[in-house]
Write a protein that binds this ligand. Sequence first.
Ligand code: HEM
Ligand code: HEM
Length: 536
Amino acid sequence: APTTRAGKAADYLDQRTSVGSAVKEFARKVFPDHWSFLLGEIALYSFIILIITGVFLTMFFVPSMALVEYHGPPATMDGQLMSDAFASTLHTSFEVRGGLLMRQIHHWAALIFMAAIVTHMMRVFFTGAFRKPRELNWLVGTLLMILGLLAGFSGYSLPDDVLSGNGLRITDGVVKSIPLIGSYLSYFIFGGEFPGDDIIPRLFTVHIFLIPGLILALVALHLFFVVLHKHTQYPGGGRTDKNVVGYPLFPVYTAKAGGFFFIVFGILALMGATMAINNVWSYGPFDPSPVSAGAQPDWYMLFLEGSLRLMPGGAEFVMWGDWTVSLNVLIPAVVVPGILFTFLFVYPFLEAAVTKDKREHHVLDRPRNVPVRTGLGVAFLTAFIILALAGSNDLIATHFHMSINTITWVFRVLIFVGPWFGFWITKRICLGLQRKDRELVLHGHETGRIVRFANGEYIEVHRPLDEQERWLRVNYSAHTPLEVEPATDSRGVRRKGYAQDKRMQRLSRFFYEDRIEPVTPAELAAAHSHGEHDAI
Ligand code: HEM
Ligand code: HEM
């Protein structure tokens, strides 16, 4: 029988729930260790901090658009007409003890949350962690990313200052650009013509209940999948698709993760305490007329802003007398993000179809070994960054004293050539790195030591790789492009599905083009005798 107090408590619980064996099983689960696996944790911890600080903010925030005459600090706002929402944000910031700190931690946590999600997603993408059996978790993740965007957007729209009001104004325009249903949808969302006085209370419910609830449920599913599938691991000595090398969840991982939570919390608290963010009183309450240069959304929404700013204004026409088609808004604000998000949703399935790879993968890819995937990832990021920069074209113009029209035209060209260029350069770098790996496996490291033989011949001494290094450089994606059967079968009848196979084959060729062959045993043997020559 247990003698310690903790033991007795555990025993009490176990006798009533038989949770013991599950806990033991769970505590022994092994997690591999790598710094890049912390990115998902940062997303998780900043979400927890968003909930904690968010609950605090709900105690003081008044989700109402009723007009009030504000009296209180700061002096510039005293006596102004504004909504309850804006007034309560000022009150929270200036008169509630710790209020400004909480608002600032909340806002910084939102920025870090999205940054962690995006970098976590990049880690998963570039290492191929989305491959079987984790495709579904990739989908859950992509949903989480989109919910994160909506959480941030609904949050920074709440204070009803000039910046957030203008963000909503743009949203109204985007919704109205949707053909046929646009204006009805806008009336539905705003409860009448923009801005009405329903949108803030509605966004409030969405922001503090609907979206966090969905995120919470999906994060639970996401982590359940991580446990179910087990975590992937980087290639290295002794690691295979059949084992997991790492530390047990308890006590090593729980201690590490618990400590890491406090590090994230500490850094966010420090940021909230020392770095001003979203000083809404310097913009003032919402009023559609004053929009100045330097009005930017939070970074994760900048790509949408940039997309809108790049689109030439002319693409708008009236059909059938009174029906306006606003392609100038529809394309950048609905079609472009639609394409970007669709790419993210379908990529794991597309790659699986192109490689016909049905194996499970628990050892991660080195990005260089899958040049086309890595190239596509860089192309995607290039597009994202160009759009985000285009969303800051006014700031670039004022900071660097350049013409905003020139900047906009440069980005209009870049958005087409940039991703292509990014893809091409990345693919070449990957292939170069693979060649370098091949060279290392065959001939070892250069040492810079030159030896002269008695017969006058000079050679450089090479140091062979150790087991770890060699393991890392084994090419894991030793696949060949799809070969399709001929167009007609043995009796000359045209085969069904041939055209589709042919199309897939073309994609597959593209994926494996310029493939660098893995080192063969014969090559290794030849290099070995060469090495012996060196040794002599
Ligand atoms: C793994 C959290 C969003 C895909 C993980 C892990 C955590 C986590 C803690 C395990 C540690 C790690 O590998 O980093 C979260 C949270 C998210 C989020 C809190 C957002 C609220 C995403 C997104 C994607 C994604 C946007 C991709 C679209 C995955 C996959 C794994 C994973 C595939 C398994 C990785 C592996 O075993 O190597 N996530 N994640 N997650 N996440 Fe996320
Ligand atoms: C405001 C993001 C979750 C309650 C905000 C703001 C952002 C944001 C960027 C604007 C802050 C400002 O500068 O004024 C997020 C994100 C969340 C999240 C990304 C989760 C993924 C929550 C939760 C709650 C909450 C769970 C409450 C339970 C609030 C309130 C405000 C707010 C009351 C208005 C406060 C104010 O601006 O004065 N949120 N939030 N948030 N958030 Fe959140």
